[in-house]
Design a protein around this ligand. Structure first.
Ligand code: GLU
Length: 309
């Protein structure tokens, strides 16, 4: 089957039938109290092609907490602001450790391995706080323009609920401050980081937002955030190598697409110059990735034979 004749709607329906038996497998992220209340067996998926077609299934229009997927948006803003100099503050190597690990940060003198682990994203939050006049509103304006939806918003209740139990993130931000990797007050950085994680989007909006990364030949310019096609290419490379916690290798092996997951159960990924895809199902595996989401994406690239490998 060629890409043009691909019946993505039928493929999505087939995927849903295949992943449905996984309902009940895995656990929702209950370390964030507000997320423990989410209906665990939801499933939504959306594919957006670069030709403008949109294919949806099940709960694809229901919003959820995007959590770490937001790190892709903060990275885009920081790259636009700082260019290559960004990489003096944060690395771009896979970590092989959990998203909230402190181990490497201590050994590597306070420079996080990559922008998609919590330590790295806290540095991104510090960069936005020190570079923008109104970071909260500017971040929101960027994401809204990227996904074409003005009603996308933070969920302050989720951010507050996470703050109450954010012991590890507080430890990380303090270690960053000790090593002078961040400039702002630790509490300010932590709260802004948690706020960006609390953003709620649905699969349709996420797939639309990621289309800009799938189509790196089109000008990337949204709400004052501009990236060259080379920068978009590099962001996709970081998604490929670092986007799935300490399961980035497994995701590459099973799915073979650059992307990013979040503990809210969302995953967004791209097939360059062809489509973006977002999937959501709240139950997570032991590494923090959505059980049904990963399987659905594995089936998508296997069925279509469309992956970057
Ligand atoms: N706000 C979450 C945390 O910092 C994000 C984790 C994630 O989605 O990977 O723990």
């Amino acid at each position: 089957m060629t890409s043009d004749s691909m019946d993505y709607q039928k493929i999505l329906e087939g995927i849903y039938s295949a992943v449905e038996p996984l309902k009940g497998v895995g656990k929702v992220a209950d370390y964030i109290p507000a997320l423990a209340l989410v209906a665990p067996d939801k499933f939504g998926m959306c594919i957006n092609t670069i030709d403008g077609d949109v294919y949806l299934i099940n709960d694809a229009c229901e919003r959820f907490s995007i959590q770490s997927i937001s790190k892709v948006f903060t990275l885009a803003m920081c790259l636009s602001l700082k260019g290559e100099a960004l990489w003096n503050r944060v690395g771009k190597e896979p970590s092989g450790t959990a998203f909230n690990s402190l181990v490497q940060l201590e050994v590597e003198n306070g420079i996080p391995r990559n922008p998609f682990m919590n330590a790295g994203a806290l540095v991104l939050a510090d960069i936005l706080l020190t570079s923008l006049e109104d970071p909260e509103q500017e971040f929101l304006a960027f994401v809204r323009e990227l996904c074409g939806s003005e009603s996308v918003d933070y969920n302050r209740e989720v951010a507050l609920s996470e703050r109450k139990c954010a012991y590890l993130n507080a430890a990380i931000v303090n270690m960053l401050k000790y090593h002078k990797t961040i400039e702002c007050d630790v509490e300010r950085v932590l709260q802004f980081y948690l706020l960006t994680c609390s953003l709620e989007m649905n699969c349709k909006e996420l797939a639309q937002a990621f289309l800009a990364f799938a189509n790196h030949k089109k000008t990337f310019s949204y709400a004052g955030v501009s990236l060259t096609s080379s920068q978009v290419k590099r962001m996709n490379a970081v998604m490929q190598t670092c986007g799935f916690y300490d399961e980035a290798g497994e995701f590459s092996y099973l799915v073979g697409l650059p992307g990013k997951s979040g503990v809210g159960g969302g995953i967004a990924a791209i097939y360059p110059l062809r489509y973006s895809v977002a999937v959501w199902s709240p139950r997570l595996n032991a590494k923090g990735n959505s059980v049904m989401g990963m399987k659905a994406l594995e089936l998508l690239t296997t069925e279509t034979a469309e992956s970057i490998f």
